[in-house]
Design a protein around this ligand. Structure first.
Ligand code: NAD
Length: 296
């Protein structure tokens, strides 16, 4: 069992760190929020007063912070992880951040002699609690093999996606595709209704025909055809529209940096921005149907 420093006990980090404890690891935790840290202590974590305290005297550091600027700060500041961790410490950043920042931090870690992976997740808070998260891991094969053992008690599927930053790259490509398919599915139902089609009829045909996709057959954005989908509980998340918007912005940044042509990704970002500006960013991302259908 390992000594692990865990930084970022938010909605995701807290249940993930709890699962590491459940698996028998020793967790020393830090969060800027005193309340989060108190909660962590109640769950059996040792409290650290600073990032540097959480990162020293451990074999592994796991971070789960909101954005690239936070990852940059916790890893690269003068009193950050790279400056304070013991030699040989394995570094795992599970935050969803932009690919360029993930690669910058990994390069700095490598230069300082550390092995590091980016390991963003999908599966949401429910997946973090149930230890069924999917991890998309970028880094060397050796670093991946070490990280896999630590990630196992927190996840279901763990994929090695290639070199540094590739975990983040897979995540934003997947989520851009998901947004596009959800908007496309929503448009099909909006048009179908106006043509006099029953939602169930369109679902029965399209979900067994060439229009089939996950947004339709597993996460249908209209109530009825898939009883477990958020549409049946007034679009309570699930995966919030504002989280999708964050990932679409990361995809847009990456497309610009690499000169990739992603017009549908850009349009999806604009539509989710509009949903958020209308005050509905806390709906599940399938709630985009309400806007596409001109209900809001
Ligand atoms: P959150 O805002 O609930 O938690 C982030 C935590 O990090 C907070 O407790 C904050 O105090 C802490 N933090 C920020 N800067 C810090 C610093 N310098 N030092 C120590 N602690 C610091 O966010 P979350 O929902 O847990 O998401 C974390 C990451 O996981 C994000 O990158 C998010 O995009 C990604 N993610 C979230 C979900 C989800 O459903 N919530 C799903 C998949 C991926």
């Amino acid at each position: 069992m390992a000594k692990i420093g865990f930084i970022g006990l938010g909605n995701m980090g807290m249940p993930m760190a709890k699962n590491l404890i459940k698996a028998g690891h020793e967790v020393k935790a830090f969060d800027l929020s005193a309340a989060a840290l108190d909660h962590g202590v109640e769950a059996g974590m040792a409290p650290a007063a600073t990032v540097s305290e959480a990162a020293s005297g451990v074999e592994v550091v796991v971070t789960m912070v909101p954005e690239g600027k936070h990852s940059r700060a916790v890893y690269l500041n003068d009193d950050g992880i790279l400056a304070k961790a013991d030699a040989g410490t394995l570094l795992i950043d599970c935050s969803t951040i932009d690919v360029a920042t993930a690669r910058d931090i990994n390069a700095a870690a490598t230069e300082a002699g550390f092995e590091m992976v980016d390991a963003p997740v999908s599966g949401g808070v429910g997946g973090a609690e149930a230890a069924t998260l999917t991890f998309m891991v970028g880094g060397t094969k050796g670093a991946f093999q070490k990280a896999e053992k630590i990630l196992k008690p927190m996840g279901g599927k763990i994929f090695h996606c290639g070199g540094a930053g590739n975990g983040e790259a897979v995540k934003i490509c997947n989520n851009m595709l998901l947004a596009i398919s959800m908007i496309g599915t929503s448009e099909a139902f909006a048009l179908g209704r106006r043509l006099g089609l029953d939602d169930q009829v369109l679902f029965d045909v399209a979900s067994t025909s060439s229009g089939r996709c996950w947004s339709l057959d597993t996460y249908c954005p209209v109530p009825g055809p898939v009883p477990g989908s958020p549409a049946n509980r007034d679009y309570q998340p699930g995966f919030a529209a504002d989280m999708m918007l964050k990932d679409l912005r990361l995809a847009k940044t990456a497309a610009k940096a690499t000169e990739a042509s992603t017009p549908l990704g850009a349009l999806s970002e604009a539509l989710y921005s509009e949903l958020s500006e209308k005050g509905h960013g806390n709906l599940d991302f399938s709630g985009i149907f309400k806007m596409v259908n001109q209900d809001i």
